[in-house]
Design a protein around this ligand. Structure first.
Ligand code: BG6
Length: 616
């Protein structure tokens, strides 16, 4: 997720670009750049200064030439590490065309081969730069002198998600923008300037009128004019007006009351982005960055998963998936314990470090310990080029974009998706998964973003149930098999957000002691969607209800039998049992959020917690 912006028709275009980038930093910040179209050509400056990238860019542009048009970008890396060379805007070989891009080009390998074969010189590792060279070829061919036509032509070659803004030195006042899934909004300013940006915050206070660019639409911006057309036919279309009455902070929250609810709502997108280009039952998932040779992965005879917090719970799901499909023994350990128990490791062990930040020292030390003892290290991480990513032998990046909230939500769901892909990949390498079954599972994976979206939309039903938990001083979360890690994550969310004592137990364990705590008024939240041990879980619910507990059950849509064993039901769309954590976790996130809000808690910044713990 990146922030892009374009301005034309303003003598102070640079100031508007920089202000817009500062307002879009919540979308990514590992590098930033601008291009100004000032009549004599394009003037470009970029900075890769981490969280200070836009500030550095402001300094670097102090001597910039006057220009009435330009484009800007603040990056959250997905392809290619954070660096000045990978920072946008990217240019073509002539340096006459520049573009900024937010999204993921799925057919990146095919296009890279095509661009290199056409004799272009690549100066970055990014997928976005390829688009600049494709546009250069289009302008040298049938779309000569027609930038909108060139953009339409290249869009037809791209698969994946994109929001693009393109400028050419020959037509310095003209910007062409295009959208497919990644957001773009348009604005017309009082002064007559035309603006385009990833999100509303960049337009606030500048645009008198605002519109949304819809999928497969193209916008042609000139000073005082903004024409929208169908990206295939080029036929003009009426843009969808956007009424904005937000403050800047409200706009950065996308109209949500807080970042927590916004990031819960972003989970379908984070999941879809993490799956883009990886759902290939044949070619495999394609590990990012430094790769681990497939024959080495085939030789692996044990997996050791190390992680903290929500990432640890994702690891517990990975264990079930890898053992079931790849038939590989998996041990999962909280990272802070792993290296102190003198684990048995060798060159056939694969240590999997899971960390959204890539900076948790416990996980970093655990992965180092694994590598120091001969194991190969694969990391599932959300931050390109983070400490963990740099130290691993292989990286599988999640693409959830920056997560502002301390409590993990969208990065957790994205981790689950990446780990399911890893399990299927290992199974295919080891020949333990029949191709037909693999195809079914990849289809089920592809359907998950929509199921998660359905779960997110059911938030109001969860809010109604939250009243049940209000005032509860301790809550049991029960699950079995794949439902148990979900119960653990649900309990952690209630602790983190609402400061309520919540314990997760494998439901079969209750009778060995914990059930002594159950009394009238005890609240039990049960992950009772359909999975292998559902029948036994029903018996466990009967045990706690018989002792006066109030049961809130997650149940698969239409499953009336589960509803008979619960006082309240949260309905969840069904999926493959081992994929169910990606959907089942959503109502538990929402439940914790609703209880926390009703309890007056700061859901974005819970007390005592840090987003990343860089101490042991
Ligand atoms: C904690 C966060 O500090 O670290 C959790 O509050 C997170 O949300 C845990 O799950 C692990 O962080 P990471 O970055 O290693 O996944």
């Amino acid at each position: 997720m990146c922030g892009i912006i374009g301005v034309t028709g303003r003598p102070d275009a640079l100031q508007l670009l920089l202000q817009g980038l500062e307002r879009l930093e919540y979308r990514g910040y590992d590098s930033a750049g601008v291009v100004l179209a000032e009549g004599q050509g394009l003037w470009r400056v970029r900075a890769a200064g981490g969280t200070q990238s836009v500030a550095q860019l402001r300094k670097l542009t102090e001597g910039a030439p006057a220009a009435a048009a330009g484009i800007g970008h603040t990056r959250w890396a997905t392809h290619g590490r954070p660096s000045e060379a990978n920072a946008h805007p990217h240019v073509d070989c002539s340096g006459q065309l520049a573009l900024v891009h937010n999204g993921i080009v799925e057919n990146v390998d095919e296009l890279r081969r095509e661009v290199l074969a056409a004799g272009h010189e690549l100066r970055s590792e990014t997928d976005s730069e390829l688009v600049a060279h494709l546009l250069e070829d289009a302008l040298a061919g049938p779309a000569a002198g027609d930038l909108p036509a060139a953009v339409r032509q290249v869009l037809a070659q791209l698969r994946g998600t994109l929001a693009l803004v393109v400028v050419h030195a020959a037509t310095p006042e003209l910007l062409v923008a295009a959208r497919r899934v990644s957001p773009l909004v348009l604005g017309r300013a009082r002064s007559g300037a035309a603006l385009v940006a990833s999100d509303v915050p960049a337009l606030l206070g500048e645009a008198e009128e605002t519109w949304v660019l819809d999928d497969d639409q193209l916008a042609v911006l000139r000073p005082g004019a903004c024409e929208v057309q169908d990206a295939r036919s080029g036929r003009p279309v009426a843009p969808r007006r956007l009424e904005v009455a937000w403050t800047l902070e409200e706009a950065q929250k996308g109209g949500y009351p807080d970042f927590m609810s916004k990031e819960i709502a972003q989970q379908p997108e984070a999941l879809a982005d993490t799956l883009v280009g990886r759902l290939h039952p044949v070619e495999g998932i394609g590990l990012d960055e430094v790769r681990i040779p497939e024959e080495e992965l085939r030789r692996v005879d044990k997996v050791a998963v190390v992680a903290c917090g929500s990432s640890y719970h994702a690891g517990l799901v990975a264990k079930l998936a890898i053992e079931h499909w790849a038939r590989l023994p998996v041990e999962v350990e909280v990272a802070s314990e792993f290296r102190y128990r003198d684990p048995v490791l060798d060159e056939r062990t694969l240590v999997v470090g899971i960390s959204q930040s890539g900076e948790s020292v416990d996980t970093l030390q655990a992965v180092r310990h694994g590598r120091d003892n001969g194991a190969r290290a694969l990391v599932v991480c959300n931050v390109v080029d983070s400490s963990l990513a740099r130290e691993a032998d292989g990286v599988l990046y999640t693409r959830a974009g920056p997560e502002v909230c301390v409590a993990a939500t969208k990065t957790h769901v994205a981790q689950l998706a990446a780990l399911e892909l890893l399990a299927l990949h290992l199974a295919q390498l080891r020949g333990t998964l029949a191709p037909k079954r693999a195809g079914q599972l990849f289809e089920a994976l592809a359907a998950l973003p929509d199921l998660v979206a359905q779960a997110v939309e059911r938030g109001p039903a969860v809010a109604a149930v939250a009243e049940t938990l209000l005032g509860a001083r301790d809550v049991f979360y029960l699950g079995r098999h794949v439902g148990y890690p979900v119960a653990m994550e649900g309990a952690l969310k209630l602790k983190e957000l609402a400061y309520v004592r919540a314990e997760a137990y494998p439901a079969g364990e209750l009778k060995h002691g914990p059930i002594a705590l159950v009394e009238p008024g005890t609240v039990v939240v049960a992950v009772a969607t359909r999975q292998p041990l559902w029948e036994k879980l029903m018996a466990n619910l009967a045990e706690v209800r018989a002792r006066g507990a109030r049961v809130v059950a997650l149940a698969s849509d239409g499953d009336e039998r589960t509803a008979e064993h619960a006082d309240e039901v949260l309905w969840v769309p069904p999926t493959e049992p081992l994929f169910s954590p990606l959907v089942d976790v959503v109502p538990l996130q929402q439940l914790a959020y609703e209880v926390a809000r009703r309890s007056g808690r700061d859901v974005d910044r819970p007390r005592n917690l840090a987003k990343t713990v860089t101490v042991e």
